[in-house]
Design a protein around this ligand. Sequence first.
Ligand code: GLN
Ligand code: ZN
Length: 783
Amino acid sequence: SSNPPCSSFLCFSLRPSSSSSRAMASHIVGYPRIGPKRELKFALESFWDGKSSAEELHKVGAELRSAIWMQMAEAGIKYIPSNTFSFYDQVLDTTAMLGAVPDRYHWNGTQIGFDIYFSMARGNASLPPMEITKWFDTNYHYIVPELGPHLNFSYASRKPVDEYNQAKVLGIDTIPVLVGPVSYLLLSKPAKAVEKSFSLLSLIDNIIPIYKEVVAELKAAGATWIQFDEPMLVKDLEAHQLEAFTYAYAELESSLSGWNVLVQTYFADVPAEAYKVLTSLKAVTAYGFDLVRGTKTLDLIKQGFPPGKFLFAGVVDGRNIWANNLASSLNTLQALGDIVGKEKVVVSTSCSLLHTAVDVVNETKLDEEIKSWLAFAAQKVVEVNALAKALSGQMEEVFFSANAAALASRKSSPRVTNETVQKAVAALKGSDHRRATNVSVRLDAQQQKLNLPILPTTTIGSFPQTADLRRVRHEFKAKKISEEDYINFIKEEINNVVKFQEELDIDVLVHGEPERNDMVEYFGEQLSGFVFTANGWVQSYGSRCVKPPIIYGDVSRPKPMTVFWSSTAQSLTKRPMKGMLTGPVTILNWSFVRDDQPRFETCYQIALAMKDEVEDLEKSGITVIQIDEAALREGLPLRKSEEAFYLNWAVHSFRITNSGVKDTTQIHTHMCYSNFNEIIHSIIDMDADVISIENSRSDKLLSVFREGVKYSAGIGPGVYDIHSPRIPPTEEIADRINKMLAVLESNILWVNPDCGLKTRKYSEVKSALTNMVASAKLIRNQL
Ligand code: GLN
Ligand code: ZN
């Protein structure tokens, strides 16, 4: 029979690989919900804009869910997850399920609808949203529950049961997924008014009864399995935190008895202590482990696994876009089968597929060879099933040999390997790049040349990205306007930004980054070894998605990337113009990175490419160069024992980029991360001449210096929050600067905003920067 042509996203390219056989032991931890063409994003934004109704939004959600379930069922997956869809965030869904709505939203205690739900997520006309923060070491952000003893928890969202029932109507028996009770509490923060001595884990007795209600309803609906996600088990937990798992699952035991209960962990190996606690939980009948990032868990399993229980083996990487090495995964699975019993091994993904792109079939413009190396979520589902079948003795030879051929082509492809780059990186071994003189000597040399006032003012790089600007960039990319017209337009924009800053009397200028759509994409497009997708979106938070570039090969820089624009900008002013680059660690952390060599090696390659750029900028007469490392903190491993190694190569990569410049060339870096106290020594070790950092939202930074950390480089703690349209009054900024002067020497302090200005309007930027310059001058006069 022939299939009708696809007309909507409901129609996936995947079809059952064979119509025979019952489903083999295969499982998917979770699936992207944004949709292959970001259908959910557009439905959400249209609803928020008042352009479509709640019914329409619900309809899109239901369609996406059924499409995903059908796709997995057709692929042959046995344990298909439900309740991994979300209109915003799965942790917020759990908050709704538990009725843990912060008081300020004035919830009336009934079932939670879109109004309360989205108020918590996004705020409303009168109330700010709840805080978002990074989900472990991913680029996904969850909504942090605000808990306290005052909350009246109640079963307030039947979403898990509703989703289970929806799938059942389609004839698909799913495994409902809940954020586990202990991880939920450990991911929360105490509400503002709560006393210091309050312990979040003390709420376990308040939430367990609600989990019991959910479990009872799911049982009644016919579910035979349940999955509790307890990713906190991979962190360095204290004894009392581990005890909370024992306690919680003992409390749940009577409700769960006779049921199949999977506790799912991901993102790292489970430490030995946690493994002991986890595998001793009586109520639990199956364990899910990330065997991609958590290879040490394999050793623990070898040393002992509870007899009769299931092992959900996460061998297909949910954090990356590379095709699985099926032969090697099958080896691992067979070895595990020998330990725990073949019939007890379930093939799974390393974590939810939320963290990878959705479907490679939508990449119609991607080079065919590179495409054959990739597997997005939809392809990973097929890989999991193929592995499960192979494990049970039904190897799909054609699929396996196609996979082997793709891996072989990737391994031997001349586009992956660049001998010169490999040699250059190999030559770095054991070296330690540092500028020859120390920072105080350099700052003196730079000041002789730059002759800046005390408390110099500057900005972080980008200026407002107007609709015109976006349109022109777009037209140029689509070849609708000529290169000459494009260059003239951008030059004019730079000229305006330069004049604007001169009028404001800012000391160190920027060109405004009008030629850049994104600080990583701009460089990735010009470096070799990178490729870009058309639809490889990954949810970041709510309706926001990012499209990380894919680093597939050795990285090199064919030609200068920023020199033309920076020197053009410098030619328009006598004031110093900052050259503006993205650092190697940030480029790495915001990309899909190749998995065939260690991350640090790829990072060193990028660092060497950026070093060439830094030196070309210097040669062209640029004397101040900023190398942004906005995402350096983001790459910090989940476990303390691995932090030092990461920080060492990350900081070294940064230093490589500028180790070759003259003393008189001033190297700036920028980080938008407020809670960086924990890595302050690494930041100092970066040895930049000046660092600008986010500070205005927390002032946490100052406490580091109060505690006596010795700091002698230049530093610009942001004086106002660029995330808000609010104009900071001059007195307020002056007050901030004075607070900094109480802990830092005046000769190292810079005055700048928290981050780039690209999301703001010109009117806001003008008033805010006017006040910023005025406050710097005010204090200069008092010094
Ligand atoms: N230079 C970049 C800008 O100003 C930095 C952005 C960032 O730190 N995220 O936009
Ligand atoms: Zn920033």
